[in-house]
Design a protein around this ligand. Structure first.
Ligand code: ATP
Ligand code: MG
Length: 209
């Protein structure tokens, strides 16, 4: 495979604003490769991960459409690190391989690879990424903003936050930072500035400013 296109890796904790940031980059013309979307597809109806999941975890992990029964799997791996690792060992190589395929197919100036757990999985993804962009806000904002969306309450959001890499360890790997403690127009401005930077770096073929 020839050299992959210039690739920015976007990460941030739960509710930090990754999806909002991604929307703005997409509007500006960057093509997005979203590892969460890939994971969903792999575990959707007859997805490429389902045969291995059923063979390791049993047929009861699949719904009648051949998709992952997400609630059943959550119960199964909840507080069982060995089973969680068995699931990750199935999913991660497939997610990474599909990420490479999609980055390779990008025809915008650069690709934005969204990896929510990049700090936790640096070894797998760092080789694909030229520059790491971290979106950051206060932990209280992460929890408030997450709980304000449908789906998770404050307790669930707090538990997920606690299970993720620390804010400091994400900041430590950042080449670039979006400070999302402010409002959405502030977030927009920062993304617009970074887009210009990434166009320049991609044109130079260099990760360094
Ligand atoms: N600067 C902001 N001001 C107000 N609301 C915001 C801001 N940034 C994000 N939000 C809102 O907070 C919520 C969380 O943001 P978003 O969904 O982008 O985070 P995320 O990092 O993608 O979360 P997840 O980890 O769950 O995927 C969303 O409802 C979003 O619209
Ligand atoms: Mg999101």
């Amino acid at each position: 495979m020839a050299k992959l296109p210039f690739c920015v890796g976007l990460t941030g904790g739960i509710g930090s604003g990754k999806s909002e940031v991604t929307r703005v980059f997409a509007r500006l013309g960057a093509q997005i490769v979203d590892t969460d979307a890939i994971a969903h597809q792999l575990t959707g109806p007859d997805g490429a991960a389902m045969a291995a999941i059923v063979s390791v975890f049993g047929a009861e992990m699949a719904t009648c459409t051949g998709a992952l029964d997400r609630a059943a799997m959550r119960n199964r791996v909840f507080s069982n690190p060995e089973l969680r690792k068995a699931l990750e060992d199935i999913l991660h190589p497939l997610i990474r391989a599909e990420s490479v395929r999609r980055i390779d197919a990008v025809n915008s100036s650069y690709a934005l690879l969204v990896v929510p757990l990049l700090a936790e999985n640096q070894a797998a993804y760092r080789p694909l990424i030229d520059r790491i962009l971290v979106v950051d806000c206060d932990e209280t904002q992460q929890i408030e903003r997450t709980a304000a969306r449908p789906g998770l309450n404050v307790e669930q959001a707090s538990a997920i936050l606690a299970s993720q890499a620390s804010r400091a360890s994400r900041l430590a790997i950042a080449d670039d930072l979006i400070d999302n403690r402010g409002d959405l127009p502030r977030l927009n401005e920062q993304v617009e500035r970074l887009h210009v930077l990434y166009l320049k770096l991609a044109a130079k073929g260099s990760a360094q400013i």
